[in-house]
Write a new protein. Structure first.
Ligand code: HEC
Length: 309
């Protein structure tokens, strides 16, 4: 009987679903918030385990100069090439069929045999849509000059100015409907951008790394020759070698100097001046003053026969 009231209350609670929910709601809420908070706080770990962060390889970026071949672009008469003459249209057609048909197709619709799967797809010249640089002469010229990054449309900057104009005229004449008319100002601006009337001379350029590499090679070649000569002279016991040892305290420096200079080679007295002029630096000792005429002669003959490359 004692726990009857409790039982009764429980019974009331169970009967009245709303009351039961009201009673349990705070607990459900707390559990929900706790789980939610746990999830949010461990998002970092979850993300780290499932999706490894992409590490951008900054070392792969191009930082060096490009290899550029020396090139000379002859000057053109800008008035002449800006007009679609029969001659230019013919040249444009030939060039187009050689270089462009594979992607842009015979009919310029961008579905040539090599266009399959290209993204972005080659431009359909017969449609006015989606042109990036545009179908003006300037636009097409710029496209040929620069190409598009991340696209199969590479730069054709190696073509002559004539060929680029010819292609622009041909494409506009043959495929583009309502090709925009070019003003003299537009042509003048293009001329200025690419120095067309004046022509350009591009000097050759090689990557710094490659240049250093070449210099290193040259240097290490030279250095190894000097070291070999030094070993040879040090190992010899003839009087010339002993005299050489007497006048120098730095074999490699003196050898490199002798190799590079020709002024000492003509006679013993020219060797004498050479030695005396260089005393105190670059490995020559003051003992050069103490050489007798006969010793100088011996040293001269020895060096002349041994310091050769
Ligand atoms: C290997 C395939 C390929 C070849 C070959 C090719 N193109 Fe393209 N071309 C493309 C692609 C792809 C695009 C679209 C590029 C983009 O939208 O980024 C394009 C776009 C163009 C455009 C449109 C530029 C604009 O303003 O949107 C012109 C003009 C063009 N090409 C001219 C030429 C000419 C002229 C040649 C021959 C000298 C040539 N293409 C050769 C693939 C090629």
């Amino acid at each position: 009987m004692n726990n009857n009231p409790m039982k009764k209350q429980l019974q009331i609670l169970l009967d009245d679903k709303t009351k039961l929910f009201g009673l349990l709601y705070p607990y459900v809420l707390i559990i929900g918030i706790t789980l939610g908070a746990y999830f949010v706080l461990s998002l970092n770990d979850i993300a780290r385990q499932n999706v490894p962060p992409k590490i951008v390889d900054t070392t792969a970026q191009e930082t060096d100069l490009k290899l550029v071949e020396a090139k000379s672009v002859p000057a053109v008469d800008i008035k002449t090439v800006s007009q679609p003459s029969q001659e230019l249209l013919k040249l444009g057609k030939e060039t187009f069929q050689k270089l462009c048909v594979s992607c842009h197709g015979e009919n310029g619709a961008g579905i040539g045999p090599a266009s399959t799967g290209l993204n972005p797809a080659p431009r359909n010249f017969t449609s006015g849509d989606n042109w990036k640089n545009g179908s003006s002469i300037t636009g097409i010229f710029t496209t040929l000059q620069e190409g598009f990054a991340n696209s199969a449309m590479v730069a054709y900057d190696y073509l002559t100015t004539n060929e680029k104009f010819a292609l622009a005229h041909y494409i506009r004449n043959e495929f583009v409907k309502n090709a925009p008319v070019e003003t003299d100002d537009d042509i003048a601006a293009l001329d200025q951008t690419y120095n067309l009337s004046a022509g350009t001379e591009t000097p050759a350029q090689i990557p710094v790394a490659a240049a250093m590499n070449m210099m290193d090679k040259e240097h290490s070649n030279e250095a190894s020759i000097y070291t070999k000569l030094k070993q040879k002279i040090k190992n010899e016991t003839v009087e010339g070698a002993i005299l050489f040892d007497r006048v120098t305290n730095n074999y490699v420096s003196v050898i490199s100097l002798l190799v590079k200079s020709n002024s000492w080679r003509s006679s013993p007295s020219s060797l004498n001046s050479f030695l005396q002029n260089n005393v105190g630096r670059l490995g020559f000792k003051r003992t050069v003053f103490s050489l007798s005429v006969q010793e100088l002669d011996t040293l001269y003959n020895y060096l002349k026969n041994n310091i050769v490359l």
